[in-house]
Design a protein around this ligand. Structure first.
Ligand code: LLP
Length: 427
């Protein structure tokens, strides 16, 4: 055996209760795997963001994709925030959670005609347009309905966000946005758009950004372009700075940009802009407020490696499989135990169904409860039914109380809508 057993640091009390709720008791009651979210932690982030934005003409449009549970969206409603959506599905969730249509912005390279029609009918605030084809479709669909659509050009500033390649969006080789040259032509020809008011700029260069320089650079390019447009006689009423602010997944390694510093970069870049500034944070509001509770099914000693097999899998948390993302994992216990090294894996039939490799953990046994941290964003929202695993429960914790905000899927729920052939039809 390669690893000598040493005793761990005393566990933190955060490992047994969260937002005043006993996690062992909760897991016992509701079963695992189970996503838990601290409402208090989310409200703290909301409060910090609002304080940082003090005095600015700003609207926060929470990126619903980070965690689109209606209970999380409702916290955003209560904060007076809007939503950044990328599908009609996210619009429905946002509206159901009480976010007014007038605070919804619609981003994404693949808005379909049906989705645009739904968004026009709902009366959303703005479309962040990402191609000439989409712009002309928006013009046609708005004209057919006799309404005016407000639009921003999503500018691709060709800046490397210095994050994981799969979540980098602001380089010219990425599918997102259009180059400044193309955006310039759109404005030059905007008088022809009878039913689209092109009066905004939008930029989003990537996610989990920990370095402020690319943000500064992208905003400088957008600000220069805005000044140029104003000089050419165009009215620019809103600048949307996107999301992307990183969080701490790995203590001692990830050093997130402080919210005040992030907002200071925006204030500085857009100091003389008098219109409305939109922000689209997702991860920063939700990630650290969530954890995934899972039980150890068994410890399996392979020929070369020791596996901790948990009842959570890539179906509940895809990030380690998809991006090799690091999530802290800790047993929910106050016992000090000797350390062991494990590969922590789920039950799904894929070698990629691995949460951590060579991870040192207090020694675990079958039945132990673990928490995988920082899963409040891009956890449940990226879930799937792969291997016919029902979707996990989601639970909101709030100062000693809890509410199940998504029931664990039953097998019946999972099969709803699916059926063997009863009758063939002709198209
Ligand atoms: N606005 C737009 C247009 C976006 O595309 C995104 C994220 C956001 C805002 C919010 O970014 P945030 O503040 O959350 O970084 N599944 C990946 C993250 C994909 C992000 C996609 N777009 C992950 O788990 O890391």
């Amino acid at each position: 055996m390669t690893n000598m057993a040493t005793t761990t640091e005393p566990p933190r009390t955060a490992d047994i209760s969260w937002d005043g709720v006993d996690l062992q008791a909760l897991a016992q009651k509701l079963g695992t795997p189970c996503h838990v979210y601290s409402a208090t932690a989310i409200r703290q982030r909301i409060g910090a963001l609002r304080a940082a934005l003090h005095g600015m003409n700003a609207l926060v449009c929470y990126a619903a994709k980070a965690n689109s549970n209606v209970a999380i969206l409702q916290l955003m409603t209560e904060a007076g925030f809007g939503a950044d959506i990328v599908s009609a599905g996210e619009m429905h969730r946002s509206l159901r959670a009480g976010i007014p249509a007038q605070r919804i912005v619609f981003s994404g390279v693949g808005k379909s005609a049906d989705e645009i029609v739904e968004a026009l009918s709902a009366g959303i605030a703005r479309f962040n347009v990402e191609s000439a084809d989409e712009l002309h479709l928006l013009q046609r669909l708005a004209a057919e309905r006799g309404v005016t659509a407000y639009a921003a050009v999503r500018v691709n500033p060709d800046v490397d966000a210095l994050t994981h390649a799969k979540i980098s969006t602001g380089k010219s080789e990425n599918k997102f946005g259009v180059g400044i040259d193309e955006a310039r032509r759109w404005f030059a020809e905007s008088a022809r758009l009878t039913h689209v008011r092109l009066d905004g700029l939008h930029v989003h260069i990537g996610s989990q950004m920990l370095d402020p320089d690319p943000i500064r650079m992208a905003l400088r390019r957008v600000a220069d372009f805005w000044r140029e447009l104003v000089a050419a006689g165009h009215a620019i009423n809103s600048i949307d700075v996107g999301g992307g602010l990183g969080v701490c997944y790995r203590a001692g390694r990830d050093q997130p940009i402080a919210i005040e510093d992030y907002v200071a970069i925006i204030r500085h870049a857009l100091a003389d802009f008098r219109g409305r500034i939109l922000l689209e944070p997702g991860r920063w509001l939700a990630a650290e407020a969530g954890a995934l509770l899972t039980r150890v099914i068994r410890v399996k000693q392979g020929r070369q490696r020791r596996f901790l097999v948990t009842d959570a899998a890539m179906t509940e948390l895809l990030r380690p499989s998809l991006y090799d993302a690091w999530h802290e994992i800790a047993p929910v216990t106050l016992e000090a135990r000797p350390v062991q090294t494990y590969d922590i894996v789920g039950p799904v039939c894929e070698t990629g169904d691995t949460f951590a490799v060579d991870r040192e953990l207090p020694r675990c046994e079958a039945g132990d409860l673990l928490m995988i941290r920082t899963t409040g964003a891009y956890g449940a929202s990226m879930a799937s039914n792969y291997n016919s695993r029902p979707l996990a429960a989601e639970v909101l914790l709030d100062r000693g109380r809890y509410a199940v905000v998504r029931q664990r899927q039953t097998f019946e729920d999972m099969l709803a809508g699916e059926r063997p052939v009863r009758q063939w039809e002709n198209a």
